[in-house]
Design a protein around this ligand. Sequence first.
Ligand code: NZQ
Ligand code: ZN
Length: 387
Amino acid sequence: MQNFDYCTPTRLIFGKGIISHLPEVMKPLGKRILVTYGGGSIKKIGLYDKVMELLKDFEVFELPGIQPNPKYDPSVLNGVRMCKEHNIDVLLAVGGGSVLDCTKAIAAGAKYDGDPWDLISYKVKAKAALPIVDILTLAATGSEYDAGGVISRTETNDKIGYIDPLLYPVCSLLDPVYTFSVPKRQIAAGCADAMNHVMEQYFVEDTTLLNDGFCEAEFKSLMINTRKCLENPEDYTARAEMMLCCTYGCNGILALGNSESGWPCHGIEHALSAYYDITHGEGLAIITPRWMKHILNDRTLPRFVKYGINVFGIDSSLDKYEIANKAIEETYKFFESIGIPMHLRDVGIDESRISEMAHHIAVNEGLDHAYAPLSEKDIEKILMDSL
Ligand code: NZQ
Ligand code: ZN
């Protein structure tokens, strides 16, 4: 087992009606709040009104309109400007992963005198950040329990995972009821994102029985509960378990003591959504089975065999390669069965920019250090196979 140093300082308040804790959570953090949100879903479900009512004794400023795959310009820049102009004490992100991620970048940018891109691009290390609280409305990214935010800069086709312990939310308020309205397409994409977070931590060289067990339970729960949420969007128990699975998915807790992964599918997908602004979870679902096929060899075989037997219940007496290939097929079939378009062409990507993207990924993502190292040629092959 590898050494590790782990601390997630985020307080999680989970369950039906827990939004009533909001004033008590915000009070010690300051009076002047910037509330950040997306394109309007929080207004449709009555959450916006509820938040404003609970914050009536605070001074509230608003940054609406944060888009999926949140953009540096205008959202991060506008948020930083507002924090400085209005002397904001604390940020409250209300929405999905995009709103949370954008808010994290704003939190760091607000405490920095230069161009916030210096921080996101790791040119400068942030010394401080404003505190962040969030109310999550979409189970997917795990941003509510991790120290990262992913920011897109359209003019350079960059989509950067900006990670810094300063960006952990102080508190995440998680009420599964606010996810009842998440549309089917986003339920499926959220599931694929969380499944892939677990895979990125499961397919590694050194692991433990404990971590494998956590990951296998995550895979099974995500698949079962996604189907339930699709069948009955108001199934509280399924939405709740889905939310918790996603919260655990991305902060490293599933891989403590494991060797490095390199997060290859994320490295590849971030370029797809940077170049084509596609939905992150869909891009991952398309790439994952092709990546699996590409890296299957005598060295990686035992991981695929374990995954096939323990997650999909494939007959352990079969030939090992047969088990591995069936496991990859089951992964594909599961994503397809929940309605995910399984080809890049289905989400508007053709071969015209594949070699350019492969080069961008190879230069920027360092996937030659991954569990199964990927060269530019490997990345290009995976993308071509995904068409
Ligand atoms: O903008 P609004 O109107 O709120 O609508 C959103 C958006 O259109 C909608 N939505 C959210 N909650 C809803 C709802 N619609 C109805 N009812 C609700 N309760 O869903 C759409 C997608 O929202 P978004 O926040 O973009 O989705 P998600 O949570 O999947 O976030 C995706 C972003 O997170 C990044 C991705 O790359 C992508 O940019 N990631 C962040 C990570 C992290 N911080 O650790 C890790 C991930 O790997 C990922 O890269
Ligand atoms: Zn992801």
